[in-house]
Design a protein around this ligand. Structure first.
Ligand code: ADP
Ligand code: MG
Length: 693
């Protein structure tokens, strides 16, 4: 022990800064101090563990009397700085702004357990920054002038605790002024720093089901301002204080707590929340060697939901996710896929989302008609209490580096509708409003469910009419599945049996053992952390061939079936498939599985009912390129005939004759007439005749 027991707290800190050596014998804190002016730093960062090892007494007082100890440490810093770098230490711009910041503090308190006993204590909370205010100047030292004529005495008043404090009385013994002082805002001795308030909220995944997340406001001062932004995960340390409101008399004596921040460490690592012990790791590695691992994983997804194998496979593939990369030119390529389920009511869409939410290592479940004002993306919100504008992160930002499940996706609010495009493709959310300009990260996979526009899915209508979403949003989903509820005696019987047996508490017999949800979650987490698959030559060739074929298919019928966006989708899905088996190489098998998923999706959602070909135009605009032009021909025939004929009723036989001359077969004419009839554009006054409406 190097420290004299009689030393003052500030002397003890000075000793610590100057004498502490790390295991390599380096005076790391002196070195840091020497570099401060070079880098324009105002803070000295101290690892609490170092202090504890060197001077347990100071470490203890720091936790017991944080307020005084912070001050002692700051004073000591200024002393050491004055020795090492006197010019920087005494410059006007930095006066009063030097701080010691402590990382690694031991008292990590669960936000849910924050109580009155914590008031005035030094503690750390871990959470997600959901809100950040604009940055404002904060007065630290005010220069006040007495406003009495002939007196005009000058006063230096430090602004303790961030509260505006005027002189209580004039210092001039001849003057009796106690109330009238003017702040000299431009005086060089009036010192300001920056101020920002943020809100730290419980992480969505550590929230007990059905609970409203707890949060605490925190104040960032000086160089802490803008060190975190909305959507970041962080550990925030500081002293818990309470807000004293103006007039409390006669009112309930409650106070709002806030955190006076000393240190912020923002957490970037992806899946550090899930601890995987060596035994589990062994289990995971063994599991991955099963040649049927894909099947086994898919069968383990939501076993209580009957059937839907394809969708379950798609869901789990999205959870594993592809690899995000940054191209040499700086372009970001997302690894996360987006999936949309549209279906009749009561087909277990919501149930599947709930299940996936519990399974996903970092999942957030929300509804399109979210109750929070920030909605799905982000919003500028005026704080009810302070009237300050602040930026609040929406669900996609909070789900950054995780998975966002959105139910009732078609019911999202209009602002989200316009800003979600960016979030889905670029994975960022930009906002520029009320003086706030920010870009937040939203690197998340999206799994959404929506109900059909007319309550039920109508086969006679193209997807775009069935879905209450603009094509531009639809095209950003890699996979779209349509879940129909069609009565079928056999399936109905089996599903009924399945649900009834479940109700009675029977375990559904299964030929293969499934993986428990807990293990599967760890498996996914492990795969995301440790496996970064890349394409083999074979896989690349197979993808290319698939893509070119689809493009060619569409070329024949002069419709653009498939856009390059789907090429990227296939790559992402193939990588996810490789990850599922913990394989670093993406092989042809993985590509085939991905192709199957995409094909099934395209066939359900984008198949041209006329040619039987996959046609994205049909999905996105409601008519295919081929049928659009052919349909127009038929409509033109009808218009022409009703114009030249004796009446405006046209015989279907006549239309077919004329259409044949243009190489359009009878079948197609029938179909177009049916479609126009169901759209209400034509009607039949009598059998075999139609009339334009
Ligand atoms: P949606 O969100 O599609 O309208 P829900 O997820 O609310 O439907 O499901 C309605 C109910 O029907 C749930 O209780 C669900 O368990 C049950 N259900 C529907 N389809 C299945 C299925 N394939 N297997 C088991 N249960 C099902
Ligand atoms: Mg539902």
């Amino acid at each position: 022990m190097h420290i004299d027991m009689q030393s003052s707290p500030s002397e003890r800190f000075r000793e610590f800064f100057q004498a502490y050596q790390d295991e390599n014998g380096r005076h790391i804190y002196v070195e840091q101090v020497q570099k401060m002016s070079l880098e324009g730093l105002l803070s000295l960062f101290v690892n609490y563990d170092d202090l504890l090892r060197f001077d347990p007494v100071s470490a203890k007082t720091l936790r017991e009397k944080p307020e005084d100890t912070f001050k002692a440490a700051d004073d000591a810093l200024v002393e050491v700085l004055t020795i090492e770098d006197p010019i920087y230490a005494s410059s006007d711009e930095t006066a009063g702004l030097f701080h010691v910041r402590f990382s690694n503090l031991p008292d990590l308190v669960d936000l849910r357990r924050l109580r009155s006993v914590h008031l005035g204590k030094l503690l750390s909370v871990e959470g997600i920054i959901i809100r950040q205010s604009i940055v404002k100047p904060l007065l630290i030292q005010g220069i006040f002038q007495c406003t009495r004529k002939g007196c005009e005495e000058i006063h230096f008043v430090p602004q303790e605790g961030g509260y505006y404090t005027e002189p209580s009385k004039c210092n001039n013994p001849q003057c009796t002024n106690t109330s009238s002082f003017k702040l000299l805002t431009k005086d060089e001795n009036t010192i300001y720093t920056d101020f920002q308030s943020v809100t730290v909220q419980e992480k969505p995944e550590s929230l007990p089901p059905g609970q409203i997340p707890r949060s605490v406001p925190a104040r960032l001062i000086g160089d802490l301002v803008d060190t975190v932004r909305a959507g970041d995960r962080a550990i925030v340390s500081g002293i818990l204080r309470m807000k004293v409101k103006g007039k409390q008399k006669g009112k309930l004596a409650t106070f709002d707590p806030w955190l006076d921040v000393n240190f912020v460490s923002s957490r970037e690592k992806e899946f550090e929340e899930i601890d995987i012990d060596p035994d589990t790791e062994q289990e995971i590695l063994e599991l991955s060697t099963d040649i049927n691992i894909h099947r086994r994983i898919v069968r383990s997804v939501a076993p209580s939901i009957y059937g839907m194998e394809m969708i379950k496979e798609a869901l789990i593939t999205v959870l594993f996710g592809g690899v995000s990369r940054v191209a040499p030119d700086g372009m970001k390529q997302r690894g996360e896929s987006n999936l949309l389920m549209i279906g009749d009511p009561g087909v277990a869409k919501s149930q599947l989302l709930q299940y996936v939410h519990r399974l996903a290592p970092r999942g957030l479940l929300t509804s399109g008609k979210a109750s929070s004002a920030a909605g799905l993306t982000a919003a500028v919100i005026r704080d009810a209490e302070t009237g300050e504008f602040g930026l609040e992160a929406g669900a996609l930002v909070l789900a950054d580096r995780g998975v966002c499940m959105i139910d009732e996706f078609d019911k999202m609010n209009p602002t989200d509708r316009s800003s979600i495009h960016e979030a889905m493709e670029q994975q960022t959310v930009s906002i520029a409003k009320a003086g706030i300009v920010a870009q937040l990260n939203a690197r998340t996979a999206i799994i959404a469910a929506a109900n059909p526009r007319f309550g039920r899915y109508e086969d006679s209508r193209p997807p775009v009419e069935n879905i209450n979403l603009p094509p531009t949003i639809l095209s950003r989903f890699d996979l779209i599945y349509i879940i129909r509820d069609v009565p079928d005696v056999e399936t109905d019987k089996r599903m009924a049996r399945h649900i009834l047996e479940l109700r009675r508490g029977h375990v559904i017999e299964d030929t293969e053992p499934t993986i428990t949800m807990d293990l599967l979650r760890k498996y996914i987490s492990y795969a995301k952390q440790h496996v970064q698959p890349s394409l083999t030559d074979d896989a690349m060739e197979r993808i290319e061939q698939f893509y070119l074929n689809l493009r060619k298919e569409s070329d024949d019928s002069s419709a653009i079936a498939i856009t390059p966006r789907y090429l990227e989708a296939i790559i992402r899905l193939s990588e996810s498939q490789a990850r599922m088996a913990l394989k670093e190489d993406v092989t042809i098998d993985h590509v085939e599985a991905a192709i199957n998923l995409l094909r099934a999706s395209l066939e359900q959602a984008g198949k041209d009912p006329v040619t039987g070909r996959v046609d994205i135009d049909y999905l996105l605009s409601g008519t295919t390129k081929t049928s659009r032009s052919k349909m127009q021909i038929i409509i033109d025939i009808m218009k022409e005939e009703s114009r030249v004929g004796s009446s405006d009723v046209v015989s279907i036989r006549r239309i077919k004759e004329l259409a044949k001359e243009q190489n359009i077969d009878d079948d197609f004419v029938d179909r177009v007439i049916n479609q126009l009839r169901s759209n209400g554009e034509i009607y039949s006054p009598s059998d075999g005749f139609v009339k334009l409406a």
